[in-house]
Design a protein. Sequence first.
Length: 135
Amino acid sequence: MADLPLPADVRDLLGKPNPAVIVTLRKDGQPVSVATWYLFEDDRILVNMDASRKRLDHLRNDPRVSLTVLAEGDWYTHVSVQGKVVDLVDDEDLGDIDRLSTHYTGNPYANRANRRISAWLELESWHGWGEAARS
């Protein structure tokens, strides 16, 4: 685990629906980054993706990830967490994507047709910049 519990200011930043980018690793080790919604909950991070996403192949092959969260309106303040996916589960009732969508948009997720997968990230390390820098 990463210096948990995290400092209050970092927990506060991670608790908000901020812009975020997740990095996974292809089989050849090449990093791949994409924007993502996330939810910080119980010292873990939830992300969710369409079951057809290539990212799932990356995660099944190598569960290591990095997620960078940028403070809304202040990209200089950000937190990057590194860890691994410890659980990949079918989001059968779309409850997880609905929680993420509600967190970001205030509404349940609109696309009810596609199968979704939830990934739970366990934090191993982190660093912050700007207002979220370690003192």
